[in-house]
Design a protein around this ligand. Structure first.
Ligand code: ATP
Length: 242
């Protein structure tokens, strides 16, 4: 389980997160929604060690991971699939996936069977399976996004952070990404999902938090948020509204 308590984060002197608290219980899918610039990506970065929080605590399975370096946080069992397509362009799909498992080889956690997990990841992402020998830089944007997700899963993590996995994808690939998220959830993977498609995120999630200007404005079971008049007005106006 991931717990975030009173998290503050800044860029230089500008504070972006003003004390947010949220919980992602074991085996649950929790979504964080909100307008552009609300601080969703900053939350993910502060949790995974890409930036250092200014105050507050982050615990993973009861262990305090606040402010640790990103590689230590990965070794502790937290995987981050970042916004954008951060893959290793000059390496093959398979090698990108194997790199995702690398922190397992150096940490205290069980290594498990990396070869087996590679096959499982490729089954989950058939587009990647077809292209396993291809250089990642030659994949389409959507395929690179999937590779970033699959690489996060290769850590065999306790918690996965998924930052806008659908960003910039064609509608057919957006549907595929949400199907994969539902499959991961059915497999018991614990996830925190940031999504621009608030409606779709609330369909698949158990619980949701709405972030406004660096503060949690509302939270509750996803099915309740979907019908909350304020949430509907602000974020669910159109079928795929922010
Ligand atoms: P989006 O959906 O647009 O990515 P978001 O909710 O993820 O929105 P963040 O990316 O967390 O929002 O940004 C929150 C605020 O922090 C914004 O005002 C943004 O301009 C600012 N910000 C983000 N990254 C940086 C950075 N590297 N340096 C300075 N300011 C930043």
């Amino acid at each position: 389980m991931l717990s975030i308590h009173n998290l503050h984060a800044s860029y230089g002197k500008v504070e972006v997160l003003h004390g947010i608290s949220l919980e992602v219980p074991q085996g649950r899918l929790v979504t964080l929604i909100g307008s552009n610039g609300a601080g969703k990506t900053t939350t993910m970065r502060a949790v995974s060690g890409m930036i250092r929080p200014r105050a507050g605590t982050v615990t993973l399975g009861g262990r305090d991971i606040t402010g640790l370096d990103a590689h230590r946080i990965a070794r502790a069992g937290l995987a981050h699939s970042p916004e954008g397509r951060r893959v290793f362009a000059t390496m093959s799909v398979t090698d990108n996936l194997l790199l995702g498992a690398f922190p397992r080889l150096t940490g205290k956690r069980a290594r498990g069977d990396v070869a087996h997990d590679l096959e499982r990841a490729l089954e989950l992402f058939p587009r990647l399976k077809e292209r396993r020998e291809q250089l990642a830089g030659t994949l389409s944007g959507g395929e690179q996004q999937m590779l970033a997700m699959a690489r996060a899963v290769m850590l065999n993590p306790d918690v996965v952070l998924l930052d806008e996995p659908s960003m910039g994808l064609a509608p057919i690939l957006v549907d595929e990404v949400f199907r994969i998220i539902a499959r991961l959830k059915a497999d018991g993977v614990t996830m925190l999902l940031v999504e621009q498609f608030a409606q779709a995120a609330l369909e698949v999630a158990d619980y949701g938090y709405v972030l406004e200007n660096g503060r949690i404005a509302v939270h509750g079971p996803a099915h309740q948020l979907k019908t909350d008049p304020k949430v509907v007005a602000a974020y669910l106006g159109g079928s795929h509204a922010h």
